[in-house]
Structures are given as structure tokens and as C-alpha cells.
Write a new protein. Sequence first.
Length: 116
Amino acid sequence: MASAVNFFELSQLAEASYVDFSNPDVSPKDALINGKFSSIQADLFLADWQVVTGGHQPNTESGYSSTLFKNTDGSYVLAFRGTEGVLSDDFLTPVIPEYPLAGHLFLVFSKNQRIN
């Protein structure tokens, strides 16, 4: 059963999934602060989590973005944030009416192949 600590960590990861980690000149801490983390929150988050090198997919034209995080215990979390822009169920339905989320699944598969 998930604990309050697990939910807290997952909520931090969900919030961090909206942060743009794509600029190599911006430290992860500054990226988190730019993404609305406080300095203390950023320090606490980075004490346990890091962005895997090459594991951040910045916002694409379709609005897709994801980040692969690694915990100090060696576990990984691949966080997907909500899409923005033109990608929506209404956008994908005409392409594949039976599978409106097929475009998302393709992007997830592509991301997995790129990481591996």
C-alpha cells in the first residue's frame, strides 16, 4: 500500500515533469526554481532525485513532454506531463478513430527506444 511519503514523492515528480530541463546552461536547481519550486523544495527534491542524462524530452510540436528521473536508491520514474497545444483527443480521433490515444503511445514507445 502506498504511504503518504510515496504520494508526496510522486506529487513532487508530477510537478517536476512540467519543468524544462533542456537548457544545459541552467542547473537542475535553477530549472526547478524557474518551474515554480522554492529554493528549499528544489534542494530537497535534488537530494533524492536527478534527471537522467538525455532523459528529458522538451515540449514537442504536439505538446508531448516527459522526463526520466533516477532516485538515489537506484529506482527510476518516467514522468509524463499533460499535453498542451494541438494534441488532444479531438486532434487524434480523426487519425485513428478507434484509438484516440495512439499518438501518445507512439511517442512513449519512441521515447523508450531512444533511452534504451
